[in-house]
Design a binder for this molecule. Structure first.
Ligand code: AHG
Ligand code: MN
Ligand code: MN
Length: 322
């Protein structure tokens, strides 16, 4: 690895100028978001706006601010044709001549801001399908196999961009002195064998027996397979996925009993995270198929997700099959 590689140096090896424009505008916008979060308690931007978004969820002031900042910066990139966000009901056209469209969760885990737990910005980038002009919903109905680049910015003890453009996963830590992103986590690989499981155990009664049996398996005593595994759950997908990428394990948000969909959204949470997981040698499924194979039909559709170390996702599938 070249010493002291900055994000800007790293992207120079990527000849797609248009994609670099989108990524660098995202990186600049997320510097602002990170600073707002670090100072939230001082600048009275904690708490809620009083509105409810298309998901029927309470909008945090920082959800709204993050969304606006990202649209401004991506508009300035000139390479971004369209924008889909958890916080907007419909798609937004930014640059009619842009090559790429982006699906974004402007602030994931925003319920955690008030307790200073990790939150983040998740993104997935594909090429538009329609020719120049306004974008439409159909532009966004592409499977994760069409992803050109995906990643997230995690605002935690440091701000880190976790990024894949199709050749593995790299992490860039924001240097708060010179405001540059530095290649701090080259070539991230998810441990083949995980020893951590992550889900909202409080919902266990709502889940199918297969999930319950897998969770019992994880908590059984068996030295030979290093069980019981540890249960870790942050309640921010970016935080739980960051731990899964770095330490291995499995993160699960299943559907409720008899249901098909979980809570997490396909286009701007589960596809980008599954793209990263696969690029890092792990897996991301909905319990039966790869997340990246799911054909989206609605902008804010949800899915179940089982993501992380290969061995644990495979083990979970054994229990789901019954
Ligand atoms: P968001 O803040 O973007 O709405 O996402 C919250 C999601 C995700 O970050 C996390 O994994 C999940 O909600 C936690 O859900 P529960 O509180 O139901 O466990
Ligand atoms: Mn989210
Ligand atoms: Mn969100």
């Amino acid at each position: 690895m070249a010493k002291g590689v900055l994000l800007t140096d790293f992207l120079e090896s990527n000849s797609d100028i248009e994609l670099n424009k989108v990524l660098l505008s995202l990186a600049e916008g997320c510097k602002i978001i990170g600073r707002l979060i670090n100072n939230a308690g001082i600048t009275n931007i904690l708490g809620v706006t009083g509105e409810t978004n298309v998901q029927g969820e309470t909008v945090q002031k920082l959800d709204d601010l993050s969304n606006k900042i990202l649209m401004d910066y991506l508009l300035a990139s000139e390479a971004t044709a369209g924008y889909l966000s958890e916080e907007n009901e419909g798609v937004v056209t930014l640059n009619e001549n842009g090559k790429y469209i982006i699906s974004v969760d402007p602030l994931d885990g925003s319920g955690n801001i008030d307790i200073c737990a990790p939150v983040g910005t998740i993104f997935n980038i594909v090429e538009r399908l329609s020719p120049v002009g306004p974008v439409n919903d159909a532009d966004f109905f592409q499977t994760g196999n069409k992803t050109i680049a995906a990643g997230y910015f995690i605002y935690g003890s440091s701000t880190i961009l976790i990024l894949s453009t199709g050749n593995g996963v790299n992490g860039f830590t924001l240097n708060t002195e010179n405001h540059q992103y530095f290649l701090s986590h080259p070539a991230i690989k998810i441990a083949e064998r995980g020893k951590i499981y992550s889900l909202n155990q409080g919902n266990i009664g709502k889940f199918d027996d297969g999930v319950k049996n897998f969770v019992s398996y994880c908590s059984e005593n068996d030295k030979a397979t290093s069980r019981p595994y540890s249960l870790r759950y942050i309640g921010s997908m970016v935080g739980d996925i960051q731990r899964t990428l770095i330490k291995g394990g499995i993160f699960i948000y299943p559907a409720n009993k008899g249901g098909l969909k979980g809570k997490l959204r396909l286009l701007y949470e589960c596809i980008p995270m599954s793209y990263l997981a696969e690029q890092a040698g792990g897996k991301g499924t909905d319990g039966t198929q790869r997340i990246l194979d799911i054909q989206p039909t609605e902008l804010h559709e949800r899915t179940a997700i089982f993501i992380g170390s290969k061995d644990l996702v495979d083990k979970a599938h054994e229990f789901l099959k019954g």
